[in-house]
Design a protein around this ligand. Structure first.
Ligand code: PLP
Length: 294
């Protein structure tokens, strides 16, 4: 991946009254080494991040991503990000985007071991080509996440609703899905409820109703799913958050994995059971997701 642009942020306190943060944002060479060896993000995955889809230079759903960054920071006891400072950083990075799809990553790390402040940086890179997944669909397998549906309430230190940098397990799940001949995975609880993909939310269609698992069930609340619920409601469809037993996956009329950069990828098979793909409807969702959204 050829990184196109990167800057580091000198994080301001959340109550900093400044309105111009230009002198806290430092452009760096995206190809050059930039982190200290003492970085806790690289040593321990101790930090949080966001991936924002960028279309023709427009960062999609920037405020929803910033709110989730602040939510993750709260769950991880990290200092609250100064949202205006991050907005200005995103605007500066987005200015360097080329036409087409890119991805901006926001990273807020606990910082350098024994250091005084968090470290923060923002990068821009071209988005991977997701055309095939969007048009032809993806095969998924269900994978037990090894926790029951009571785990998020019983063990909040698992940080299940935070977008932390500790994604080794998520990446391992995708590798396991590929070993099983699929493209991606859907995590399920050990007591049989649908959760999310390792890097996506699950959206199911039953007639004119669209449902997704409850955000309180230990999943990340997806910005793409929220945006699609607004769009679907505007088109007259019903939307709901529900506790979904695993059987709902194959009973659905259609299913998608959705996320900020892949957008909506229709699921063509779950655990080797085929699921119909509505190519035209999916294309309409992706047209919406590719239009400028705030
Ligand atoms: N769930 C997980 C675990 C994710 O990593 C992601 C995105 O990367 C999502 C859901 C979807 O979130 P969003 O739509 O905000 O990209």
């Amino acid at each position: 991946m050829a990184w196109r642009y990167a800057l580091v942020i000198d994080p301001a306190a959340a109550d900093d009254a400044r309105t111009d943060f230009a002198d806290t944002l430092t452009e760096i060479d995206p190809a050059a080494p930039a982190l200290s060896v003492g970085e806790l993000s690289t040593q321990r995955g101790d930090g949080i991040f966001e991936s924002i889809g960028v279309v023709d230079g427009h960062p999609q759903e920037m405020n929803a991503h910033l709110e989730r960054l602040a939510h993750s920071a709260r769950l991880c006891d990290l200092p609250a990000p100064h949202l205006e400072q991050w907005r200005q950083a995103i605007a500066q990075v987005a200015d360097a985007a080329e036409p087409g799809e890119s991805v901006i990553k926001l990273i807020l790390s606990r910082g350098v071991e024994h250091g005084p402040t968090p470290t923060a940086w923002v990068t821009l890179a071209p988005a991977p080509d997701n055309t095939r997944a969007r048009e032809r669909g993806i095969r998924v397998v269900t994978l037990d996440r090894g926790m029951d549906s009571g785990a998020p309430a019983r063990a909040p230190w698992l940080l299940l609703g935070a977008k932390t940098l500790s994604y080794a397990v998520n990446m391992a799940a995708i590798r396991e899905a590929k070993r099983r001949g699929a493209d991606d995975a859907v995590f399920v609880t050990s007591d049989g409820f649908v959760l999310e993909g390792p890097t996506s939310s699950v959206l199911l269609r039953f007639g004119d109703r669209f449902v997704t698992p409850e955000p309180g069930s230990g999943i990340l609340h997806g910005t793409t799913q929220v945006s699609l619920f607004d769009h679907l409601a505007e088109r007259g469809f019903a939307t709901a958050y529900e506790e979904l037993p695993v059987a709902a996956l194959t009973e659905a009329d259609a299913a998608w994995l959705v996320s900020s950069v892949r957008l909506a990828a229709p699921i063509s098979a779950i655990d080797d059971r085929g699921l119909p793909i509505d190519a035209e409807f999916t294309a309409s969702l992706n047209r919406y997701l590719l239009s400028p959204r705030d």
